[in-house]
Design a protein around this ligand. Structure first.
Ligand code: ADP
Length: 263
């Protein structure tokens, strides 16, 4: 099923979590990026179009200016995101340059996605970038967004972006193979759920752990993102982005994952 969906999908949004893109010390995992770009290049060769939604700005900011690590002041947190966003995009730019692929940065706030005119502009820009062979990389504009006006996490943002762009598929990378009946990091006997059709049923029947220290929302926001795209008929695949050749293996049906689909 997953390999069929992968083969048929032309417009794919890939969401990359901070756990996936960073090393344990918070620096950006350049090796991961290199392999990601190689696989995206391969997918594009098959006629697919890719949009990335990437976390990692804050974690990269902390890795760059370590002495701000313990600052709890919101302005310092936002300043760290401003610094880290540059590190993040610089790493993407260098990795994609190896394949002669240009990238474009799109930073969004909640307001951008609720205002009709702004939404239309974003949509047009996305289509233009992709049609011209550029890979757009979307992130929340953390410098502008404070809690009250935040999208809040990139799981939600990636779902909104997939809906806005009329994607055929949302692939969400995390550090686990998919959704389990309980937190696989706490329980060795947790069972992977390979296909989810009924999200209400899923939510009632699994245990979800706490959100991670970088506050990206944990598994709950990933499930809600699936609900958002499934409503528009877009399937979502949740899988471990750190596995070797993950995208190629999804294509060949060799990668463990959870498929969320309305049918
Ligand atoms: P990311 O930074 O990759 O977006 P998060 O850390 O926000 O990921 O969320 C994924 C984490 O959710 C996993 O590492 C896992 O420990 C945790 N988790 C809690 N409950 C579950 C569950 N039932 N199934 C899968 N993961 C779960």
């Amino acid at each position: 099923m997953i390999n069929k969906i992968m083969k048929e999908a032309r417009k794919i949004v890939i969401k990359i979590g901070s756990n996936t893109i960073s090393n344990e010390d918070g620096t950006i995992n350049k090796n991961f990026l290199k392999k990601l770009c190689e696989q995206i290049h391969y997918l594009r060769g098959l006629g697919k179009q890719i949009v990335i939604v990437s976390s990692g700005a804050r974690i990269a900011g902390v890795a760059t200016i370590g002495k701000w690590k313990r600052k709890s002041d919101i302005h310092y947190k936002q300043a760290l995101c401003a610094i880290g966003q540059v590190e993040l995009m610089d790493s993407y730019r260098k990795a994609f340059a190896g394949y002669d692929i240009h990238i474009g940065q799109i930073l969004l706030t909640k307001g951008d996605l609720t205002d009709k005119h702004r939404t239309l502009n974003i949509r047009n820009t996305l289509f233009t970038l992709v049609d011209e062979g550029v890979v757009p990389i979307i992130n929340e504009n953390d410098t502008v967004s404070v809690d009250e006006i935040k999208i809040g996490d990139n799981d939600t943002l990636s779902a909104l972006a997939a809906n806005l762009w009329d994607a055929d598929l949302l692939i969400m990378f995390s550090d686990i193979d998919g959704v389990y009946d309980k937190n696989p990091k706490e329980y060795k006997d947790a069972v992977l759920l390979e296909k989810v059709i009924n999200i209400d049923h899923l939510v009632k029947n699994i245990q979800m752990g706490e959100e991670n220290p970088f506050g990206t929302g944990g598994i709950a926001t990933k499930i809600e993102a699936a609900r958002k795209v499934n409503q528009y008929g877009i399937p979502m695949i949740l899988t471990n982005g750190q596995h070797e050749d993950v995208l190629k293996n999804l294509l060949e049906g060799k990668q463990k994952a959870t498929l969320f689909t309305a049918k």
